[in-house]
Design a protein around this ligand. Structure first.
Ligand SMILES: NC(=O)c1ccc[n+]([C@@H]2O[C@H](COP(=O)([O-])OP(=O)(O)OC[C@H]3O[C@@H](n4cnc5c(N)ncnc54)[C@H](OP(=O)(O)O)[C@@H]3O)[C@@H](O)[C@H]2O)c1
Length: 279
């Protein structure tokens, strides 16, 4: 039995699908089973990673755990996992834990580092999956693209190597299923470094119409993000983080291909897979 946390999320949902497709029994943890909409073959259980006692029942009979990085409670969750006989844990972490520049000195990076530490100390066989920027972050531009041909935002020249969520799930599922990934820290990226302006223009190309990125000053961009519902502390962290990425080619890793045997999917492929979001 596999327990997938974050099972209704972008990555976890695909991990569920892949485990089921490979013929395995899957239990999925969600805070709201009534809204989860998971495949019928999945055993859906209620539980909140912020309340470790609610997760314990879900760990019974489980051999391997896909762990979503909820802050603050990894230690008791992993302790219970070990006591209940879970053998392997694969953590959805973030490549931001590797950054040392000033923009990475923030609460999100800190809690990912803390959870990684707890996983490493858990006594379970562990694998850390560290994706960089998700291609799905481009969905933040969807309302502006649906409404027109200009995306306004900060740091047009900030570079990243966006990764398709399927590639993250491909690596995580392999680490859950097969031995040989214990003690590995897998940094995952997409295949190419792209500025934010280039990403927006690629989306336009896929839509068949020009769309351009218009850089707005940092403070105005922050105000816009807050108006769009992003919490103020996350806005501040994002802006500080992105400022460090301007004009710096993003590192591209070979890990997706090393582990899965296929090259990472391109950003264009991601856009093609999600075109409906931008129409
Ligand atoms: N976006 C990026 O560029 C990026 C880059 C690197 C790493 N990451 C990492 O990836 C994560 C996002 O992954 P994602 O996009 O797959 O997730 P997502 O789509 O944002 O979904 C969040 C998932 O986590 C579950 N969850 C959240 N808090 C929970 C709690 N307290 N107890 C139980 N389940 C909880 C939710 O389940 P329910 O709502 O069903 O309970 C949902 O399935 C980030 O948090 C970050 O750690 C993101």
């Amino acid at each position: 039995m596999f327990l997938v946390t974050g099972a209704t999320g972008t990555v976890g949902r695909l991990v569920v699908d892949q485990l089921i497709a490979a013929g395995h029994a899957v239990r999925a943890l969600t805070r709201d089973p009534a809204r989860a909409r998971l495949p019928a073959a999945v055993e859906v259980v209620g539980g909140d990673l912020a309340l470790p006692g609610t997760v314990e029942p879900a760990l019974r009979g489980v051999s391997a755990l896909f762990l979503f990085p909820a802050p603050g409670t990894a230690r008791p969750v992993l302790r219970a996992a070990g006591e209940l006989g879970v053998h392997r844990v694969v953590l959805l972490s973030s490549s931001a834990v590797e950054y040392r520049h000033a923009g990475a000195d923030n609460a999100i990076v800190a809690y990912h580092r803390e959870i990684e530490h707890e996983v490493e100390q858990s006594g379970l066989e562990w694998t850390l999956v560290r994706p960089g920027a998700f291609a799905t972050n481009a969905r933040q531009w969807a309302p502006q693209i649906r409404a027109g041909d200009v995306v306004r935002g900060p740091f047009a020249e900030a570079e990243m190597a966006p990764i398709h969520e399927r590639d993250i799930a491909d690596v995580a599922t392999r680490a859950l299923l097969a031995p040989g990934h214990g003690g590995a820290r897998y940094t995952l990226t997409g295949p190419e470094s792209l500025t934010q302006a280039e990403q927006v223009s690629r989306i336009g190309a896929c839509l068949g119409r020009p769309v351009r990125y218009e850089e707005v000053p940092r403070e105005a961009a922050g105000r816009l993000m807050i108006q769009n519902g992003v919490p103020a502390d996350v806005v501040a962290m994002t802006l500080r983080f992105q400022a460090e990425l301007v004009g710096v080619r993003a590192r591209v890793s070979s890990t997706v291909e090393d582990i899965t045997g296929h090259p990472p999917r391109t950003f264009d492929q991601w856009v093609a897979d999600h075109l409906a979001d931008f129409r």
